[in-house]
Design a protein around this ligand. Sequence first.
Ligand code: HEC
Length: 138
Amino acid sequence: MGPAALRAGVLLALAGMLAGCGPGAPGPGASAGARVYAMNCRSCHGAEGQGVRGMQPPLAGTPVPLGDPEVLLGWVMYGQRPAALPRGAYAGVMPQFAYLTDADLAAVLTHVRSSFGNHAAPVLPAEVAAVRRAHPHG
Ligand code: HEC
């Protein structure tokens, strides 16, 4: 990917962050990230990323959502358990999301990292693509 495409990705991610600020259900003007979150993550992790005690962890202020994008992507796409997520702490089971597009994964994780009081750098589609390439099943 060239620098122009990278810049476009950063701009898209920034636009997503700006559009994704409001709480509650995403309206028609909501960012792609907020929409992907509402469709795939909200039922378990909550509209405010608050989680459900003992079932699903919060995504607000927890280490994995805010940490290394590669580790975060490995978990969300393929269920590769990060060291910071102890086994057995939550009764729920999280599905794997490798079937989402690079753009949707980048958008939803950028949304999570910039919502619920979180402040972490955007995840770029190129980072998603790299994790996908590195995985034996693509
Ligand atoms: C069916 C419920 C369910 C759905 C849907 C779901 N998750 Fe999860 N998620 C969980 C559970 C349960 C865990 C903890 C799993 C474990 O410890 O084995 C988890 C853990 C996580 C973590 C690690 C949190 C921490 O404490 O560090 C992240 C990040 C995460 N989910 C992101 C997402 C994203 C992004 C989506 C949507 C694309 C999503 N989840 C959809 C149930 C769900």
